[in-house]
Every structure is written in structure tokens, then in C-alpha cells.
Design a protein around this ligand. Structure first.
Ligand code: 5GP
Ligand code: MG
Ligand code: MG
Length: 184
């Protein structure tokens, strides 16, 4: 689905599908260089990271083993609290593994900060983070993010895996959701 099918639901397209793919190709070259000795286990965070995982993994010129986690951050409304519950855990044993978390977006950073520590505590050799989008002005914790697609403003965005009430995930681009959609 592209933005033209959504009428006035969206205000601005921040990054087109083509831009997202081009940026992922650049990140893939960095990741290949950084993991020359042994490919990492890619850990995708459901559901938002599905599109990033699909496109990043196919860019990588090594066998990309994938695993998935689903977590939910409890907090008031749409804001993350840093209290995280695992809804679906990994299948893989992380002992001695290099892990690369693949994420759609980092807002406060609370979810990923918790997840990184959690994966480290399972005996992973290293845990790094790759995110398609980051909102630097919203970050509440000092979180090192190794690979960032694009830094964006603090607006609520949808598309490329990101939802509002489970909709818009299959929008190809990343766009700012029009405020009238929330208040309907
Ligand atoms: P954090 O713990 O970094 O504040 O929360 C990250 C999670 O909040 C993301 O994985 C995503 O589910 C959600 N989130 C944060 N900002 C946005 C946004 O602009 N749009 C959408 N659709 N979800 C967001
Ligand atoms: Mg996410
Ligand atoms: Mg969501």
C-alpha cells in the first residue's frame, strides 16, 4: 500500500520505501564489515521490526540466522514505562553468541535498554542494536545504538511495520499520522 491510498490520514511522508531500502543497504555494508569473523544472530522485535528484518536480512551478504521476540512495555497510554513483559521469547540459546537486535523505532529507548540488558544476562558474547528510526529528542536513557537508519522528529509515525491500533503497518513509506486519526 502506498500513501496515496490513505487520503488525509497522513500529513508528511518522512522517508519513502526507496530511501529506506537505500539506507538499509548502507547499514548492511557496515554490519558486514563489523561482523567479518562471525555473522550475528539477528533478533527481531515483533511486530514492528518485520519489514526492517525482511529488507535488512536480504541485503546482508552472509547467512543471516533470525529469531524473534515479542515484548510489551506497560505504561500510561502510548508512552513506554520501561517495565517490559516478554510475550514471546527467543528459540535460540544466546550463550556465546553475537546478537544484533533489529528494531523499527527507538523513542524513549526504555524498551531497548531493558532488552539489551536482558539478552546480555543470557550469556550473549555481544549485543548490538540496529534500528530503522530513532527520535533523539525523545530519548530518556543513555542507550548506545550501533546502527541507525534515520533520526526523525518526535511526531508519531506509521508505516514500514509501524502501526496505529494495528493499522498502517503495510504502508510502504514512513509517514506522520494526521492528528485527526487519534481523536476519531
Ligand atoms: P520506547 O521504549 O523506545 O519508548 O518505545 C519503543 C516502541 O514504542 C516502539 O517499538 C514502537 O512500538 C512504539 N513507538 C514509539 N514511537 C512510535 C511512533 O512514532 N510510531 C509508532 N507506530 N510506534 C511508536
Ligand atoms: Mg518496535
Ligand atoms: Mg505499536
Amino acid at each position: 500500500m502506498d500513501a496515496s491510498h490513505l487520503g488525509d490520514d497522513l500529513t508528511v511522508v518522512l522517508h519513502t520505501e526507496a530511501e529506506l531500502h537505500a539506507r538499509l543497504a548502507e547499514l548492511a555494508r557496515e554490519i558486514e564489515a563489523d561482523y567479518r569473523d562471525e555473522p550475528p544472530l539477528l533478533v527481531g522485535v515483533l511486530k514492528g521490526a518485520v519489514m526492517v528484518m525482511a529488507d535488512l536480512s536480504r541485503e546482508l551478504r552472509f547467512h543471516a540466522e533470525m529469531d524473534w521476540m515479542a515484548v510489551s512495555s506497560y505504561g500510561a497510554g502510548t508512552k513506554s514505562s520501561g517495565v517490559v513483559k516478554i510475550m514471546k521469547d527467543l528459540d535460540a540459546d544466546l550463550t556465546g553468541r553475537d546478537v544484533l537486535i533489529v528494531e523499527d523505532i527507538i523513542d524513549s529507548g526504555l524498551t531497548l535498554s531493558w532488552l539489551k540488558e536482558n539478552l546480555e544476562s543470557r550469556g550473549a558474547k555481544s549485543v548490538r542494536i540496529c534500528t530503522m528510526l530513532r527520535k533523539p529528542e525523545a530519548m530518556k536513557v543513555d542507550l548506545e545504538v550501533d546502527y541507525v537508519g534515520y533520526d526523525i522528529p518526535v511526531d508519531f509515525v506509521v508505516g514500514y511495520g509501524l502501526d496505529y491500533a494495528e493499522r498502517y503497518r503495510n504502508l510502504r513509506d514512513v509517514a506522520i499520522l494526521a492528528p485527526h486519526v487519534y481523536s476519531e
